[in-house]
Design a protein around this ligand. Structure first.
Ligand code: PGA
Length: 257
């Protein structure tokens, strides 16, 4: 267990493969009508095509952090279709999402590439947002803590303790993600969040933020935030419209510690 936290409550969304530039503009304009409450660190991960556009549309003093949904570990070079950490940073990223289950399943992301990308991100002064989570079969077999624990250990294996402090982990059970996902209950996630906190503390001596993601919506947000080891929420569909994101942010007020 970590000591009582002074960290903000992190609440953010990845747009995944959604939004034209015009749609991105509309999202930002609507979001800017809502003052982000104190104690909440909001973040948005647009598609690469919209990252610089969103950065430029936000006021210079905006506290909303931006990030990329993926970036390569190599500094530059012949990696068709990829972007580098440096390019993501140049386009406005502060955060780099790494190892989302959709990338692990469809694009060959492994625990090893996750570790390489986490190291590359911190070497560029970026915050890795590392996604971990078990498939349903692993949960049903009682293997969740071992499976996710190993994912976290390997993801952090190339980082020094001080760098781990700058890293965010998102626990996203695969069975809870997306349209076919079954929302997790706080009882299901609490032991995993506590285990992640222990693994991170052991690896780094100081905990980073650990978020929960997977079918987060207005129905379950309050319940999820009762878990003491959940330092924020990583949201997909429910925040793809700015109005939905704003509703969630409102519900998170008071959940920050
Ligand atoms: P979802 O996506 O909220 O749409 O389930 C979550 C995620 O993949 O991070």
């Amino acid at each position: 267990m970590t000591s009582p936290k002074s960290r903000p409550l992190w609440v953010g969304t990845s747009w995944k493969m959604n939004k034209t530039l015009a749609e991105a503009d509309r999202f930002v304009d609507k979001l800017l009508t809502f003052p982000i409450p104190r104690g909440i660190q909001a973040f948005v991960l647009p598609a690469h095509t919209a990252l610089a556009r969103v950065r430029d549309r936000l006021p210079p003093d905006s506290h909303i952090l931006l990030g990329a949904q993926n970036a390569h570990w190599a500094r530059e070079g012949s990696w068709t279709g990829e972007i580098s950490m440096r390019m993501a940073k140049d386009a406005g990223a502060t955060l780099i999402e790494i190892g989302h289950s959709e990338r692990r399943e469809h694009f060959g992301e492994t625990d090893r590439t996750v570790a390489l990308k986490a190291a590359a991100a911190v070497s560029h002064g970026l915050i890795p947002l590392i996604c971990v989570g078990e498939p349903l079969a692993v949960r049903d077999a009682g293997g969740t803590l071992d499976f996710v624990g190993v994912q976290v250990q390997i993801a952090l294996s190339e980082l020094a303790p001080a760098e781990i402090e700058q890293t965010i982990i998102a626990y996203e059970p695969i069975w809870a993600i997306g349209e076919d996902g079954v929302p997790a209950t706080v009882d299901q996630i609490a032991p995993v969040m506590a285990m992640i906190d222990d693994v991170v503390t052991t690896a780094g001596g100081s905990a980073c933020a650990v978020l929960y993601g997977g079918s987060v919506d207005t129905e379950n947000v309050a319940d999820l935030l009762t878990d003491p080891n959940t330092h924020g929420l990583f949201v997909g569909r429910a925040a793809w419209e700015a109005s939905g994101f704003i509703e969630l942010l409102k519900l998170c007020v008071g959940g920050s510690q």
